[in-house]
Design a protein around this ligand. Structure first.
Ligand code: NAP
Length: 304
């Protein structure tokens, strides 16, 4: 029987692991992917206090070392269900059933697909949701980034390190990204912005079974045009990873976990932290903040 099982080894989960294990709680961190969560997919972070600029995977590594330093144990496990049995909970993965007194959901969000023809078939063959992982494959080639939020703009700038040109496709005539990010983007002459353009289809080079273009539709005239690109990077937002918690009556209509300011859900012993939570600001710093509060609250409410 664990004191605490943290589901998700992103910034929220790893911060909670530091606080919980340092307070003496017998803590297990479960994750179905590499520790670090979305940090692993982020080229550079420049708004995490104390690190003026840091590569996402580097911060992920440092956080993981820190998270396990005080005795928290990390195990691979894709959680399928949480069973609330009152005084204790069962956390069920594909391979195991774990028993614990408290659960912290810190599973973050998963990137949204655009949902256009050939997107799924071409994933890994020119379509990628991770510029850090795949950008280098497109050295000297033209690529397209889809989206107008912070992720799209930041990853578009990162891709100019490799690509000869980056086309940024924005469906409205305004960005959603912060002004400071927009200002930086405007200084980059390798990026061409296409406002009011909707991606409608991915063209495939049949001979090599690879991406050869992106078909766009003008949002006003509905006229279609094709960009000859070999790489397509959609960054069109994300949805919470909470399938496994659907039976618990702790989610809002979009699937985010509802908590109070101590990160507690309405189910005693079940807490949530980070991007998976219904909240105003989703950042690394707010995720680590949530994790710290959750661990302290769990310790105070259940173990003191
Ligand atoms: P986001 O802010 O929700 O932006 C998504 C973008 O994709 C919007 O421009 C949206 O257009 C567009 N879009 C959505 N569906 C589309 C579709 N089917 N086709 C074409 N375009 C589509 O998502 P995000 O950039 O992933 O950011 C998620 C959160 O993380 C945000 O809160 C963001 O501030 C935060 N974040 C922060 C930083 C930072 O502070 N440095 C970095 C990365 C992410 P519309 O505007 O028309 O809806």
């Amino acid at each position: 029987m664990y004191d605490l099982i943290i589901i998700g080894a992103g910034p929220a989960g790893m911060s909670a692991a530091v606080y919980a294990s340092r307070s003496g709680l017998n803590t297990l961190i479960l994750d179905g992917g590499a520790p670090g969560g979305k940090l692993n997919l982020t080229a550079e972070i420049e708004n995490y206090p104390g690190k003026q600029i840091v590569a996402g995977p580097e911060l992920a590594y440092d956080m993981f070392e820190h998270a396990t330093r005080f005795g928290a144990v990390y195990e691979y496990g894709m959680v399928k269900e949480i069973k609330d049995l009152g005084e204790h909970k069962e956390v069920i993965t594909e391979e195991n059933t774990y028993e614990t007194k408290a659960v912290l959901i810190a599973t973050g969000t998963k990137e949204r697909k655009i949902g256009i023809p050939n997107e799924e078939e071409m994933t890994g063959r020119g379509v990628s949701y991770c510029a850090v992982c795949d950008g280098a494959f497109f050295g000297g080639e033209e690529v397209a980034v889809i989206g107008g939020g912070n992720s799209a703009l930041e990853e578009a700038m990162y891709l100019t390190k490799f690509a000869s040109k980056v086309h940024l496709i924005v469906r409205r005539d305004v960005f959603r990204a912060d002004k400071i990010v927009q200002d930086k983007l405007n200084e980059n002459d390798k990026i061409e912005i296409h406002f009011l353009k909707k991606p409608v289809e991915i063209e495939v080079d049949q001979e090599n079974n690879k991406v050869s273009g992106l078909v766009l539709e003008d949002s006003q005239s509905k006229e279609r045009s094709t960009l000859k690109v070999t790489g397509i990077f959609p960054f069109v937002g994300a949805d919470p990873v909470t399938e496994f918690a659907k039976g618990l009556d702790i989610l809002d209509e979009r699937g985010y976990v509802i908590t109070n300011e101590d990160m507690a859900t309405q189910c005693p012993g079940i807490y949530a932290a980070g991007d998976v939570r219904k909240k105003f600001l989703r950042q690394v710093v707010t995720a680590t903040n949530d994790g710290a509060i959750a661990a302290q609250a769990i310790n105070r409410d259940m173990f003191e």
